[in-house]
Design a protein around this ligand. Sequence first.
Ligand code: RIB
Length: 292
Amino acid sequence: MAKVCVIGSCSMDLVVTSTKRPLAGETVLGEGFSTVPGGKGANQAVAAARLGAEVAMVGCVGEDFYGTAIMENFKKNRVLTTNVEPVTHAESGTAHIILAEGDNSIIVVKGANNLVTPALVERALEAIRESDMVLIQQEIPEETVSYVSEVCHKFNVPMLLNPAPARPITEAIIENAAYLTPNEHERAILFPGMSTAEALQKYPNKLFITEGSKGVRYYDGNQEVLVPTYKVNAIDTTGAGDTFNAAFAVALAEGNSIRASVKFANRAASLSVTKFGAQGGMPTRAEVEANL
Ligand code: RIB
């Protein structure tokens, strides 16, 4: 069983469904409201666990109602929470999501996720050292991503950085990462002044650009490869990127080829959008394999 350590955000998603997204200054009537577990880190941890990995989460929640619900959700999904710290001086992270006109808009209030510091990671070094893959995103402080990249480099544990939400990162983080999975918008912020083709060629088998319904593009050392995704009837695309990253990490950690890992991850991500909520449609291992 592959061991994956996820370092990142744990949040509660407050989701409003509406036929129309309001313009600035406008009020519209919504259709429904739900509270469901989310946060890019927690989503990736749950997705990896459902796909059969042993997952250790490193993060922070507030000592509040949402924090308790987030911890219960981890337990339900068999995610190890030894390194998830409840903190008293910040509220749990929340994401305020509008699902309208076939897409989502999200405002994230990081709250306790701001307290995922290098000092917290230091208390989880054993979990990192023992893992086959570390999975990290950017809803936590940049200094923590930088520190984790150094630790992974030192321990020789591959780090997959999902650089979302977008922000510029240092050359050192890029060098220390084994895999980077930006979308096209994030790619432009990571590699300003470079075209997609130039960036791909600079980082063969390391940079994987997710292009939504088109698929995932990378450079294999000889040529550009586009691994197409699967066509499905999408209900809610929230968490599709998280499912892709988790599945890609699990498949790579199990020793599969890059191409097979991207295909597996595309399949998992496409299944995840067929149900409501970031984690609602995240598939089990059996569901992905039955559909490959
Ligand atoms: O990637 C999807 C996630 O981003 C949501 O669950 C929400 O929490 C936001 O952080």
